[in-house]
Write a protein that binds this ligand. Structure first.
Ligand SMILES: [Zn+2]
Length: 344
C-alpha cells in the first residue's frame, strides 16, 4: 500500500494533491538547463500506484499523447491510490526527434543505470530509483521504430502469469509473449517483482488515433483492475471482445535489395505460401515476390519502399485460433492505418 507522503526528487506530494515535478537532468552543452516533467496525481484515499512512462525512445510520440489525454481527465480526487506519469522520459531524443540519446546510446538498453555512468546510464538511474521504484504496476508506451508501423499490442514476459493476466486486462488486440531485452526498463522493473507491460502501437513521429485510444482505454482498464478508479469507462471507449495471445511471431526479411510494395496491410491475415509483397528493380521490369512462410496476422509492417536485402518487411504473429482472430479483426474493421475508423 502506498505511503502517506510521496517523495520524488525531493518534492513531497500528499494525498489528494496533483503535482508536476520537474526532475533536473544534466544540462545541454550550450548551458541550457533541462528537466523531465513527472506528473503525480494522488487520490484522497490510499491504494495502489500505477506508473506510466512514454518516449523512452525520444521519437515515439503516440505515448506522449496517451499520457496527455490521461492527465487532462477530471475527477482524479475520487480515486484510491496514485498515478505517476512521465510523458517524455528521453527528453534529449524528443528535442531532436530521435530514438536515441545525443551520444547515440539507446536508453532502453541502459537500465537499471548508474549514478556515475554515461548520460544514458545516469538518466536510467534516475528513472529506476526515483520514479518507477514507487510503482506497484508499470506500463511503458512505445511505437514502431523509424518507418515501421505496429498494430496495437502488449508485450509481456510469458513466464509470469500475473503479468499475462494484467495484459489481458489492458485488452489490446494482440498479446505477444516476448522475453525482456537486457538493459530494458521492463526487465529492470520486473526484476523488482513489479508487473510491467510494454505497449507497442503505431509508428514513430506520427500520431495514430486508434493506437492512442486503445492505449488510453487500456490504462483506464488497468487502473480499474487495480482499484485506483471505480468509475465506469466512458462510452467513447467501447470494449473489444478480448486480446488474442500469439503463440509465436516472426519477421519476413527482404530477399533482395530494391523497391518494396506491400500487398497486405497491418491487421490482415496471411496464408502460408501467399505472395504478400513485391520487390522490384528501379531500373527494369524485374520483380520478385515475397511469400509468407507461415500463416498469421500482420502486426508490424515496414512503410519505407526502399529496402536492402535483409531489411525487415513484415512482422507476423501466429495464432492457434487463427480463423477466429481473423473473424474478430474483420468484425472490428480493424485497419490501424485508417485514422477515421472509430470502433472504440
Ligand atoms: Zn520504443
Amino acid at each position: 500500500m502506498e505511503r502517506e507522503i510521496f517523495e520524488i526528487h525531493g518534492e513531497k506530494v500528499s494525498r489528494g494533491e496533483n503535482k508536476t515535478i520537474m526532475v533536473k537532468l544534466p544540462s545541454l552543452y550550450g548551458c541550457s538547463p533541462l528537466s523531465m516533467p513527472v506528473h503525480v496525481i494522488r487520490g484522497k484515499k490510499p491504494g495502489k500506484t500505477l506508473c506510466v512512462t512514454a518516449a523512452v525512445h525520444g521519437d515515439e510520440i503516440n505515448g506522449v499523447e496517451i499520457v496527455r489525454r490521461l492527465i487532462k481527465r477530471k475527477g482524479y480526487k475520487k480515486f484510491c491510490g496514485t498515478l505517476i506519469t512521465v510523458p517524455i522520459v528521453n527528453v534529449y531524443g524528443f528535442l531532436y526527434q530521435n530514438r536515441y540519446l545525443m551520444d547515440r546510446r539507446d536508453l532502453n538498453r541502459s537500465f537499471p543505470g548508474s549514478k556515475i555512468g554515461s548520460l544514458a546510464s545516469r538518466l536510467a538511474y534516475i528513472i529506476t530509483n526515483e520514479i518507477v521504484s514507487h510503482a506497484d504496476c508499470h506500463i511503458d508506451l512505445h511505437s514502431g521504430s523509424l518507418h515501421r508501423n505496429n498494430l496495437p499490442q502488449i508485450r509481456v514476459d510469458g513466464r509470469c502469469e500475473k503479468t499475462v493476466d494484467l495484459a489481458k486486462v489492458f485488452n489490446a488486440p494482440v498479446i505477444l509473449k516476448a522475453q525482456e531485452r537486457e538493459g530494458s526498463l521492463r526487465k529492470t522493473v520486473e526484476s523488482k517483482g513489479v508487473a510491467s507491460l510494454l505497449y507497442e502501437a503505431g509508428e514513430c513521429l506520427r500520431f495514430d488515433e486508434t493506437s492512442i485510444r486503445v492505449g488510453v482505454r487500456g490504462i483506464f482498464r488497468v487502473m480499474q483492475h487495480l482499484g485506483i478508479i471505480t468509475s465506469k469507462i466512458s462510452k467513447n471507449y467501447l470494449e473489444l471482445s478480448g486480446s488474442f495471445i500469439a503463440s509465436s511471431s516472426y519477421w519476413i526479411r527482404s530477399p533482395y535489395s530494391g523497391i518494396f510494395r506491400a500487398l497486405r496491410g497491418l491487421g490482415k491475415t496471411v496464408k502460408k505460401g501467399e505472395v504478400i509483397g513485391l520487390i522490384g528493380s528501379p531500373l527494369d521490369n524485374n520483380e520478385s515476390s515475397v511469400e509468407a512462410p507461415a500463416s498469421g496476422i500482420i502486426i508490424g509492417i515496414n512503410n519505407l519502399p526502399l529496402v536492402h536485402e535483409g531489411s525487415a518487411l513484415f512482422n507476423i504473429a501466429c495464432f492457434e485460433e487463427l480463423q477466429q482472430v481473423e473473424k474478430e479483426f474483420q468484425s472490428m474493421n480493424y485497419i490501424a492505418t485508417d485514422t477515421h475508423i472509430e470502433y472504440i
